[in-house]
Design a protein. Structure first.
Length: 444
């Protein structure tokens, strides 16, 4: 505990790191404020009454969890950062099948800039479409015959202005996320989702307290349920953080009087190279059916399709699990390229004992990576659909969503990644400080 306290003190002792942390917290505070600013023209009193009748164990409830309650508040940040995630998925999928995008991915920094710009354009388009769906949904909501949006206000003017506001809110959040990544600590987009999920913790605890106080659940059952869910998620986190090390032998090379190589190093292959991104990507895809339903809420065909994708539906759980497995492999292929690793090893005179350099080494690494990724992806999928099953045993939807797989995995994953970045800054600063003190002693 003393070491942990000292580490936090060190964060604020270092000026650069302190500025990064405060900058990140300041932008995240702006995100939370925007989640509580209701759209112009929406009756906030009627809205709260209407949302009180909505159950949290639906896909809209899950979406609201990801945006930190902004969707149920009909706030200017109601769409959250999910349109950006959807655009990123589309661009990355096209990079796997469209030659133009494949070429961009191979152009280095210039190609990355073009892909980022295309992702922004895609975010703008998707945000506008989803914002239009939100306006239709709000226009169709009422409480005892009283519309959420008064008839005197509802119209083409209100629709256009609301679409512009919601789209601008998403673009602004995307910009905030990029600023956090560049000038703050951690991945900005992930932290925005992280802070939205954390915001729902008090409400989840309050739901369970109400069940306990009314006698609908005993304290023993509550403890068992919480312990079970936390234990499962903790087990998956430990499993997916595991690594498989591949030994690499570097042959001796004599250049002049210096000898290089002759050592053995290891390539660490993580069981879950993709982290929490497969869950975020898969969840963004699962929101699509209900997004289309928002454009035509009275359409019976779309209602029947959306019924299969309800949060507690077996079809939803099966498709969601398969999407997570797919995106785990897909994102792993993007993050780790066996051919590139094999070529770099060959250039540096390295080889895996018993494996020929070049193509055979790439195939060997790819084979191992495929095998260790499979159990990691299955574990992720099982934990992600855990809340849907737990909610069938009397656990409140919001509590199951928070302490269930998706939310808790994202929280743990993002927190670990952010802490690793903080640790890197601390280690780097300690190294710089040591060198400066050494120079000072030398001068004396």
């Amino acid at each position: 505990m003393a070491n942990l306290t000292e580490s936090f003190r060190n964060v604020f002792k270092i000026e650069e790191l302190r500025q990064r942390v405060l900058f990140t917290l300041g932008l995240l505070l702006i995100v939370r404020i925007g989640a509580h600013v209701t759209l112009p023209g929406v009756d906030s009193t009627l809205l709260s009454e209407a949302m009180a009748n909505q159950t949290s164990d639906t896909l809209f409830g899950m979406y609201d969890l990801f945006v930190g309650g902004a969707f149920s508040n009909a706030a200017i940040f109601a769409l959250g950062i999910m349109p950006y995630i959807s655009a990123s998925i589309i661009i990355q999928l096209m990079g796997a099948v469209v030659p133009y995008f494949q070429k961009l991915q191979q152009e280095g920094e210039e190609g990355r800039k073009k892909i980022t710009q295309l992702t922004r354009y895609g975010t703008l388009l998707i945000s506008a479409m989803q914002a239009w769906g939100v306006t239709i949904r709000l226009n169709n909501m009422d409480v005892n015959g009283l519309p959420i949006v008064p008839e005197a206000i509802a119209g083409i003017g209100w629709t256009v202005s609301t679409v512009i506001i919601l789209t601008a809110g998403t673009v602004f959040m995307m910009w905030l996320g990029e600023q956090i990544t560049e000038r703050g600590i951690g991945n900005g987009i992930s932290l925005i989702i992280f802070i939205g999920i954390i915001n729902q913790l008090p409400y989840a605890m309050l739901d369970e307290y109400r069940l306990l106080s009314t006698g609908q659940r005993s304290l023993v059952v509550e403890i068992v349920v919480i312990a079970f869910m936390v234990a499962v998620v903790a087990g998956v986190v430990l499993v997916t953080q595991g690594t498989r090390r591949i030994p690499v032998q570097y042959a001796k090379r004599v250049v002049g009087r210096k000898v290089f190589g002759g050592v053995t190093q290891y390539i660490p292959l993580r069981v879950n190279t993709a982290g929490v991104m497969p869950i975020i990507f898969a969840q963004a895809i699962m929101f699509i059916p209900n997004t289309f339903l928002s454009f035509a809420p009275e359409n019976e065909f779309l209602q029947s399709i959306a019924g299969y994708f309800q949060y507690t539906s077996p079809v939803y759980s099966a498709v969601y699990a398969l999407m997570i497995v797919f995106f785990t492999y897909f994102y792993t292929a993007i993050a780790f390229n066996p051919k590139e690793v094999a070529n770099n090893m060959k250039k540096q005179g390295g080889f895996i004992p018993g494996i020929r350099p070049g193509k055979h080494t790439a195939e060997f690494i790819d084979n191992i990576l495929t095998k260790i990724t499979l159990p990691g992806s299955i574990f992720l999928a099982l934990v992600a659909i855990l809340p849907a099953f737990v909610s069938n045993f009397g656990v409140s939807g919001r509590f199951a969503q928070f302490f269930g797989g998706t939310s808790l995995l994202i929280i743990v994953g993002v927190a670990l990644d952010t802490l690793q970045q903080v640790e890197s800054h601390l280690l780097m600063r300690h190294y710089d400080g040591f060198m400066k003190s050494g120079k000072m002693r030398g001068r004396k």
